[in-house]
Each structure stands twice: as structure tokens, then as C-alpha cells.
Ligand binder design. Structure first.
Ligand code: MF3
Ligand code: CO
Length: 250
């Protein structure tokens, strides 16, 4: 499949889907607290999604069994919500949620502190969030894909953290995953040019230790090989004549 550039009208539809995603993530952020299981968070997300008349982008995707990914501490991405994963004070929780509205997809993730987190965890969380903002700032007509990866990588590595290579961001539209791949590493000035109408889900995954990831036996849960903490943020972003438009920010 070739890269599909979106019209203004199509970007407006993507905005609607992403506003649902942002609403659900807000609800989860309000609800998440020590003592709550990640399974309960999944139920909250499913309920809110129904109220907003969206459909899950994750449930059933390649057999994924939930509407939400909940990745705690050393889990990088794709943590499956479970009754026996109960949040505790000091946890670093990444929540990743995707939804369809009228056939258009929204996808976004945030990492949030549960109770009082360590200064190391906070630094990791903030570096990951800020690396995404640095990447978003590069989402202008005429820039290149490598500018995005380079912005994430340089921000993260300057703070002593490492960028996961095994998973990348993606184009997004009528499907959750469209071309191109959007790596969180690379060289400025290299790669495809960014055109008006390109919509990307940019999603830095950042480890406190080495970048290596292993997948657990459930086929989904990605954890850091060295057991170190990991953080993940994601926004769906449109390149427009007026510059970057962050579709998943409310
Ligand atoms: N935001 C992730 C992605 O873009 C979440 C996918 S989880 C899955 O790949 F269950 F849908 F695979
Ligand atoms: Co994504």
C-alpha cells in the first residue's frame, strides 16, 4: 500500500476519532490509582468508548484480547490488562488506546505516574514526553522522516536513556497501521519528505537501560531485556499548510 495523503475533510474525521481517544485516556488518567487492576482500567475504557460511540481499534487486532494496552514499569508496550496486575504506589503506567469513528482511526498513548514515583522514573517519563514534542515540532511540510527520528533520539540520548528500535510509529488513516514506518531514531535530512496531508502516529518508546526488548510467551507483552523501566507516549499528528496539527491532543 502506498502512502495515502489525507484531505482537510479526512483530517477532520481523524480528529473526531482522536478526540474520542483523548477523552478515554483522560478518563483513565483520572481513574488510575494504587489498588486498581489494569483489567479494571480496560473496563473503564470500554465503557467510555461505548458512550462516545466509537469502536476499539485494538480488540481483535491480530487476536489482541483487550481494548487497552497497559504497560507497567519494565513493560515497554502491549501489556495486556489483567485482574492480577494491581497498580501500586510508585508504578510507571503507560496506557495506549486506539479507536475508530466513522471508519477513521485514532491512536494515542501516555505514561502516567501512580502515586509518588522515583525521580529516575519521572525523568524517564518527561524525557519521553518531551522527545515526542520535539518530533512533533519537526512535522512541517518539506522536512523528512529522519528529522522526526533524529529529534526523538537526540533528545532521549542526551538525557542518558535509550530508544527502542524493535517497534516504530506508523502512518494512520482508515487503518491503524499504514505506511510509512516512523522510527524513533535516524538521521536528520534523510528519508521521505513530509507532505501536507500526511498523518503519522509518532510513538517514542524509551528505556532507562539498554534498548533491547523481549516478547513474553503471551506473544504480546514487550519487556525490557535488562529489567529497566520504560516509558511510551504517542500522538497522531497531521502535517498541514499551517504546520503540525496534533489530532489526539484535546
Ligand atoms: N499504539 C499501538 C500501535 O500502534 C498499539 C497497538 S496494540 C494492538 O501499534 F493490540 F492493537 F496491537
Ligand atoms: Co500506534
Amino acid at each position: 500500500m502506498a502512502i495515502q495523503l489525507k484531505t482537510r475533510e479526512q483530517i477532520a474525521k481523524l480528529r473526531e476519532a482522536n478526540l474520542i481517544v483523548a477523552d478515554v485516556l483522560d478518563a483513565l488518567e483520572d481513574a488510575a490509582a494504587p489498588g486498581m487492576s489494569t483489567w479494571e482500567l480496560d473496563a473503564i475504557a470500554a465503557k467510555r468508548l461505548k458512550q462516545l460511540k466509537g469502536e476499539s481499534a485494538f480488540l481483535g487486532y491480530r487476536g489482541y484480547p483487550a481494548v487497552l494496552c497497559t504497560s507497567v514499569n519494565n513493560v515497554v508496550v502491549h501489556g495486556i490488562p489483567r485482574k492480577d496486575v494491581v497498580l501500586k504506589d510508585g508504578d510507571l503506567l503507560a496506557i495506549d488506546f486506539g479507536a475508530f469513528k466513522d471508519g477513521w482511526c485514532g491512536d494515542s498513548a501516555r505514561t502516567i505516574p501512580i502515586g509518588k514515583i522515583s525521580s529516575k522514573a519521572r525523568a524517564l517519563m518527561e524525557a519521553t514526553r518531551d522527545s515526542l514534542d520535539a518530533a512533533i515540532a519537526r512535522c512541517v511540510q518539506g522536512a523528512r522522516l529522519g528529522d522526526i527520528g533524529s529529534a526523538v533520539q537526540s533528545h532521549v540520548e542526551a538525557r542518558g536513556f535509550s530508544v527502542v528500535r524493535q517497534f516504530v510509529g506508523h502512518g494512520i488513516g482508515r487503518q491503524m497501521h499504514e505506511p510509512p514506518h516512523v522510527p524513533n531514531y535516524g538521521e536528520a535530512g534523510k528519508g521521505n519528505r513530509l507532505s501536507v496531508g500526511l498523518v503519522l502516529a509518532i510513538e517514542p518508546m524509551v528505556n532507562a537501560g539498554t534498548p533491547d526488548v523481549i516478547i513474553e510467551d503471551d506473544g504480546w507483552t514487550a519487556i525490557t531485556k535488562d529489567g529497566s523501566l520504560s516509558a511510551h507516549f504517542e500522538h497522531s499528528v497531521a502535517i498541514t499548510e499551517e504546520g503540525p496539527l496534533v489530532l489526539s491532543r484535546s
